[in-house]
Each structure stands twice: as structure tokens, then as C-alpha cells.
Design a protein around this ligand. Structure first.
Ligand code: MG
Ligand code: ZN
Length: 369
């Protein structure tokens, strides 16, 4: 009894499927190849912000995060050339330069030769460029976008590279590596001589007047800036100011890297509240950047982490109101890392890929080469 209707259905399907199938398969592929070119790229890096940090931050914040506003999600493999468990230097060099390198390496390949960063390339191509961090500005993550050194802790040498590339806007700690150096050079005076307006922690960031022309640098501390829950509050303001400063700095487009540096430090310290408060602040920055990009319409926003820190776990005894968090390590882990993308070119960021592909995808989105 059922036999005849099924045969009829099959016959019907056989007659009708050819053009339906062709259209259904071809159309999405064509759409994916056609990528709108962004004018600007904002890359947000939550240091040590693995999926469990994001999960904990989300539950701790009434079950919501700005990351839910990103339509494209991917995953990157974060291992370095020397270790399965990367450090921030090798990881940021992968994003900045598209190469796998050894732990501790800043803007150099696995064979220690320097490699041009995306910030340097875009600066050369006339883009406005910026770096904002809640670590020192010479710390591994921001340093990997502008400096070249075999050892991440050569902070004074890394500071010298800020005079090699004219990054238009930078905000972070580490003033002493610029003006209390072993070689007795005053790099702040040298920056000023190169058309930088330089401010420091003696003035609150929000009271700083950004120059109408020239470049801008702000030193938020002599060494490491404070944690967010101990009164550091410049990341949101410095990120928003960076967007409008760089947007008005030229017509070529901008590249801005913003780092929530201390999510990682909360993980190393195995202190849940440190991780959660740092994530809370970074999440506000992500929302601000996303809102700005939605208004702008020409900005590709990418949010990711370099690696996970601490092996953070949300235990079975947790509730939405009371998280029971445990760590398995005071170091980084090798867990793969989520990538969130919004805006023109964001489609490129879905799937699973090596961390070096983030560099390739940014260049592909901008249609460089
Ligand atoms: Mg970092
Ligand atoms: Zn770390």
C-alpha cells in the first residue's frame, strides 16, 4: 500500500531536483567568495581568555556577554613551534606575522630572523595604527606587533622598536623602559621630537586632550598597570578614544590591537575573581568596539585569545549565582581557542585553523598582495 506513493514521490523528486540542487549548492559558495573589503581592522586579544574564562565571565555577568553579538565563530590551534603549550609572545607573533615561532619570540621566525608584522606593513601602506594594552606596552602581546627580539623580556630593546615604526596611537604601562634606561636615552623626548604628544599616569586618561594632528602615546604606569579591581580604569576610554583618533587620522583605514592583558594574570594567580573582573572590563570594551563598528559599517572586528591560562574549570557544585571555579595549573594550557568576527570579511573566520591563519585572513580580508 505504501509502495506506490513512495515510487511516485521518488519519480517526482527525480524530475524536480536537478535545478533545485544546483542552485542550492552553488549560490552560497558564490556568496562566500565575494568578500566585502573592510576599511578598518580592530583585533581584540584577551590574554589567557579560553572558552572556560568566557563561560565563567558570561555566567558571572547575568548569563550574557558582548561576544553573543558576533555572527561568525571559529577556532584556532594555538601551539607554538617549540612547545604544544604556547606563551603569549609566540602566539601574538603568529597573529602579527603569520609564522609559528618559539616561546619567548617577539616578531621573529623560528630561525630568529625578523619578520614584518601586519601593523608595520599597514603603517607602511598608509594606515593609521594603534596598540592598547593593560600590561606594559613592551609586554609580549603588544610588542609582537611592532618589535623584533628573540627574548620577550628584553624590554628596553623592545622599547627602541617604537621609534622604528611610527605607530600613531599607543596606550599601556612600562614608562620606565622609555625614560629610565641603562643606555640613558630618553625615548619619551625622542618620541616627542617625532610628533608624539606623550602623557602619563599623572593625568587621568579621561582628562587627556588628544592632539588634532601628530601621534599620541599614554603611559598608564611605570611598570605593570594595576588590576581592574584595584582601580585601573583606562581600557574602555583608551579603546574608544583610539577608535575615533585613528579614524580621524587619515583616510586609508586603521589597524588597532586592543589587549585585555590581565585575564591571563588572574589565571596564573589561580584567582577566579581576578579572571572575572578582568573579563568583565574586556567585555565592556568588546561591546563598545562592536557598537562602533556597527555604526561605521566598514570595520572588521576580531576577538580571540592567545591561549587559555590555568586550565580553569567550572565545577559541578556551581550555580549561575555562585561559580565554583578550580584551576589545574598556574601555567597556560594547549586547549584550542575561539575566534569571534563581525563585519566585512568576517566570513573568513569560521572553521578550525592554525593561529597563523588569523594573520592570513586579515590580509586576505584587506585584499593585500
Ligand atoms: Mg599579553
Ligand atoms: Zn600567561
Amino acid at each position: 500500500m505504501k509502495y506506490i506513493p513512495i515510487v511516485m514521490l521518488l519519480l517526482l523528486a527525480a524530475c524536480k531536483t536537478p535545478d533545485v540542487v544546483t542552485q542550492a549548492v552553488v549560490e552560497p559558495r558564490e556568496n562566500k567568495v565575494e568578500i566585502t573589503k573592510p576599511k578598518n581592522i580592530v583585533l581584540l586579544i584577551g590574554d589567557g581568555m579560553g572558552l572556560s574564562q568566557i563561560s565563567a565571565g558570561n555566567y558571572d555577568n547575568d548569563n550574557q556577554t558582548a561576544l553573543e553579538g558576533f555572527p561568525v565563530v571559529g577556532i584556532h590551534k594555538c601551539h607554538s613551534s617549540s612547545k604544544l603549550v604556547t606563551d603569549s609572545a609566540a602566539a601574538a607573533t603568529s597573529f602579527a606575522c603569520g609564522v609559528k615561532t618559539f616561546n619567548g619570540a617577539i616578531g621573529v621566525r623560528a630561525d630568529s630572523t625578523p619578520v614584518q608584522t601586519i601593523l608595520e606593513e599597514l603603517e607602511e601602506r598608509g594606515f593609521s595604527t594603534g596598540l592598547v594594552a593593560t600590561s606594559t606596552i613592551v609586554h609580549a602581546t603588544p610588542a609582537s606587533f611592532i618589535a623584533h627580539n628573540e627574548y620577550r623580556k628584553n624590554y628596553e630593546a623592545i622599547a627602541l622598536d617604537f621609534l622604528e615604526t611610527e605607530v600613531d596611537y599607543f596606550v599601556g604601562g612600562g614608562k620606565k623602559y622609555f625614560d629610565r634606561r641603562e643606555d640613558e636615552r630618553d625615548l619619551i623626548a625622542e618620541l616627542k621630537a617625532r610628533d608624539y604628544t606623550v602623557e602619563d599616569y599623572l593625568t587621568d586618561f579621561k582628562d587627556c586632550e588628544l592632539p588634532a594632528s601628530g601621534n599620541f602615546a599614554y603611559f598608564s604606569a611605570d611598570k605593570d598597570p594595576l588590576p581592574y579591581d584595584q582601580g585601573r580604569d583606562y581600557l574602555v576610554d583608551a579603546s574608544k578614544a583610539g577608535l575615533s583618533f585613528l579614524d580621524n587620522h587619515g583616510d586609508q583605514g586603521m589597524f588597532l590591537m586592543i589587549e585585555g592583558s590581565q585575564i591571563d594574570w588572574g589565571g596564573h594567580a589561580n584567582t577566579p575573581s581576578y579572571v572575572l573582573t578582568e573579563f568583565y572590563e574586556f567585555d565592556i570594551v568588546i561591546q563598545e568596539v562592536l557598537d562602533w563598528a556597527k555604526e561605521d559599517g566598514e570595520t572588521l572586528v576580531i576577538v580571540t585569545a592567545d591561549h587559555e591560562t590555568g586550565g580553569l574549570s567550572i565545577r559541578e557544585t556551581s550555580t549561575m549565582d555562585s561559580l565554583d571555579i578550580e584551576f589545574i595549573s598556574t601555567h597556560h594550557t594547549a586547549t584550542m581557542i575561539p575566534v569571534f568576527a563581525y563585519g566585512p570579511g568576517s566570513d573568513l573566520f569560521s572553521g578550525i585553523y592554525e593561529n597563523t591563519a588569523i594573520y592570513d585572513k586579515m590580509r586576505q580580508a584587506l585584499q593585500l598582495d
